[in-house]
Design a protein around this ligand. Structure first.
Ligand code: GUN
Length: 290
């Protein structure tokens, strides 16, 4: 069994990006610039955005953090999105989600120019992905594909089973695994209402669990020799930890790992890759070679 080290891979990718930025600067080019809009003071969002700003520093990017209080109006946010769309000094930007309930999140996302949508959340990028056009791909599925590639895990013609159908993980993951230019696999998407879930999972060469249910995937659902990718990160109470909780993936790691050819741990697997993929998307946006 090979443990897929997402943390080390993410560090290596950020170093590769930093090298590329040094090359761009040496050639007289402009530093890539990522902007982030953060609304309110939600602890999780604060941490995510702080980590994105830190990653920009590590990659040699310029970053701009734009903050609003919880009572910001939809109009103010839409105006800021429009301003960033038109600002030539900004290559890409994100609006950290979730937004307060009085804001129509979809309306804000749809206002982002797809050429600056480095989260890959706009319908234009989602549609472009679906028909195989150049696009920004949402960070988590992009990071999983990158791990499969870097660990030389065969994907062409293999059966990939994805558990979960969310817009930012399950569905784009299915597109990446399906398409010839990416993974060229045979794909099955399962969800909470799928019948014969165990049998379907057991036929997977690559099993991707993104259902948000702690330890959902058990040993009886995994074919010996399969690759198992765990996207889950649920906080479960753990009295032995100082924090009082630990992160539990969607896979029952201890029983499943001995069966696998490759498996991602939680934490330290898929999670660390997402910010590196956002950085890769920002570098892509800065190149502007659509
Ligand atoms: N909230 C949780 N994850 C994400 C993400 O990847 N992008 C944005 N914009 N908001 C998030």
């Amino acid at each position: 069994m090979i443990l897929i080290d997402g943390k080390a891979t993410a560090v290596a990718i950020k170093e590769e990006i930093a090298q590329e930025v040094r090359r761009i600067i040496a050639g007289g080019g402009k530093r890539p610039h990522l902007a982030a809009i953060l609304v309110g003071h939600d602890g999780g969002s604060e941490t995510y955005v702080a980590n994105k700003v830190k990653a920009c520093e590590e990659c040699g990017f310029e970053s701009t953090l734009i903050r609003y209080e919880d009572d910001v109006t939809e109009k103010e946010l839409l105006d800021k999105v429009q301003e960033l769309n038109e600002d030539d000094t900004v290559d890409g930007f994100i609006v950290q989600l979730p937004l307060p309930k009085h804001i129509n999140e979809q309306k804000i996302v749809e206002a982002i120019d797809y050429r600056k949508d480095v989260d890959g959340f706009t319908p234009i990028n989602v549609g472009r992905l679906a028909i195989g056009l150049p696009c920004f791909v949402s960070a988590t599925p992009k990071g999983i594909l990158e791990l499969l590639r870097r660990y030389n895990i065969p994907t062409s013609g293999k059966h990939c089973v994805i558990i979960g159908r969310s817009n930012i993980v399950g569905k784009p993951m299915a597109q990446l695994m399906l398409q010839k230019i990416y993974a060229d696999s045979t794909v099955t998407i399962c969800h909470s209402h799928t019948e014969n879930l165990k049998d379907i999972c057991h036929s997977a060469d690559i099993l991707i669990a993104a259902i948000g249910r702690p330890a959902f995937v058990t040993a009886d659902m995994v074919k010996p020799g399969a690759t198992v990718i765990d996207v889950g990160t649920t906080r479960v109470p753990d009295a032995s930890r100082k924090s009082g909780f630990r992160l539990q993936g969607d896979v029952d790691f201890d029983s499943v790992a001995p069966l696998c050819s490759h498996i991602t741990p939680v934490p330290g697997g898929v999670g660390p890759m997402t910010i590196s993929m956002l950085m890769q998307n920002t570098l892509l946006a800065a190149r502007k070679n659509w």
